[in-house]
Design a protein around this ligand. Structure first.
Ligand SMILES: NC(=O)c1ccc[n+]([C@@H]2O[C@H](COP(=O)([O-])OP(=O)(O)OC[C@H]3O[C@@H](n4cnc5c(N)ncnc54)[C@H](OP(=O)(O)O)[C@@H]3O)[C@@H](O)[C@H]2O)c1
Length: 263
């Protein structure tokens, strides 16, 4: 390792090659080894590498939506769409841990195991319309498209929060990103309709884009170590089958996360 380190003649910041390295292959190998070593030392002890790799994106997204943005509390009601998906499986467990009442949507085949994750009310979207069943919710976490997003407004009580991770982006997100004036106006336009409808329903709409956060990941790791949250991995593909893995994810039927193993 020492020998490799002396070969480093550059700095990588946020993936940008700030200064050129002398030997890209060596450095890549070093970066990969270091990343794997860090992941290995930080991963919850009960998890395999594949399970641990499935956590950060969906864990942080669920945490930032429910804990940070929604400030979800014991006794509140939350609707988590697509409870069988990558984000949904983690969000259900996190919301239950907080003490919220959790409703979710999924298809017939997934009803039982999604309930086993902790959801109190599981709605079969192929048979029932969640918007005619659920009332007076404090929070909706949307992971689906425009029609579901707009219908979700009806489920919320006044003052409730509609948080979407699948768009459309809003002006606050543009501001946080440090976007140009033009881009800010574009995002304002993209979310105009849903923001206007949300206002009419006396609820708030916001778009969330997950960002890296070591402290939150550490907290999630603690919940996993104590058996409160468990990862849900649908399939692990070898690196050579990355295209198949992508195609599987794009079909939108994954149950939990899909992982690609690099070995
Ligand atoms: N903004 C961010 O930071 C962020 C972070 C992570 C993900 N995302 C986005 O969030 C979305 C969700 O991600 P994900 O990884 O959780 O998705 P995913 O795992 O690919 O979702 C697949 C699941 O969605 C369910 N589903 C499909 N249509 C449904 C419907 N109409 N009602 C209820 N459930 C339905 C499927 O269940 P059935 O097979 O039973 O239909 C399947 O289990 C994606 O658009 C992703 O790009 C955004």
């Amino acid at each position: 390792m020492e020998e490799l380190e002396t070969e480093i003649e550059g700095i990588l910041i946020n993936g940008l090659d700030i200064i050129k390295f002398s030997d890209d292959t060596t450095v890549m190998r070093w970066v990969l080894r270091t990343t794997v070593a860090v992941l290995n030392s930080a991963r919850p002890k009960a998890l395999t590498m594949e399970e641990a790799a499935s956590i950060p994106l969906v864990g942080l997204t669920a945490w930032q939506a429910l804990i940070e943005r929604a400030n979800l509390k014991k006794g509140q009601k939350v609707l988590i769409h697509a409870g069988s998906g990558g984000v949904g499986t983690l969000a259900i467990q996190l919301a239950k841990h907080v003490g919220a009442l959790v409703a979710t949507t999924t298809s017939t085949a997934n009803l039982d195991w999604v309930k086993a994750l902790g959801a109190d009310i599981v709605i079969d979207y192929s048979k029932d319309d969640f918007a005619t069943i659920l009332r007076d919710y404090d929070v909706v976490l949307n992971t689906l498209g425009g029609e579901v997003l707009e219908k979700s407004l009806r489920v919320l009580k006044p003052g409730g929060k509609l948080i979407s991770i699948s768009g459309p982006p809003d002006p606050d997100f543009a501001k946080d990103m440090g976007s140009s004036w033009i881009l800010r106006q574009f995002m304002r336009l993209l979310s105009y309709r849903i923001r206007k409808k949300a206002k009419r329903h006396r609820v708030s709409y916001s778009f969330l884009f997950m960002r890296a956060n070591g402290d939150q990941l550490h907290e999630i790791g603690r919940l996993i170590d104590s058996g409160i949250i468990r990862p849900v991995v649908d399939q692990v593909f070898p690196f050579e089958s990355t295209n198949e893995a992508m195609a599987y994810v794009e079909r939108g039927r994954a149950k939990g996360k899909v992982v690609v193993r690099m070995s």
